[in-house]
Design a protein around this ligand. Sequence first.
Ligand code: ZN
Length: 139
Amino acid sequence: MMQAVEVEPRRFCKSAQSWEVRDDVAAFPRLAHEFTQGGLFCRVVGETGDSDALSLRIEIRGDATLTCQRCLGELPYTVDIGHTLHFARDEGELERLDEMVDCEAILLPAKLDLVALVEDEVLLSLPMAAMHAEGECPA
Ligand SMILES: [Zn+2]
């Protein structure tokens, strides 16, 4: 099982650090039960933009297998996530960021677990009910 990777987001972004991992889905504590097999490549890059705006570029890709809720057979699923998480330094900045289209923002935390972050992104991307299309379950 993968251990937590705790970073200080402020320092992580300011010094443009990055974290990468390529591992089996079974190695991710909260993903192990969602997928029957597969692997993921994850990359998190700290960025500092104009006016010291801090953000994380998150990329997660891989091919994995879910269980079809209808036939309980294997359902291939491609993970392809690429987006930016913005850090707001106060409530005012958070409100401004939230008003932007396609902008995901949170208040800058003192500590952040990158493994949990990646797991959250993948869990949020999963379909509510994983199923083959109507009539397409293998006999
Ligand atoms: Zn099915």
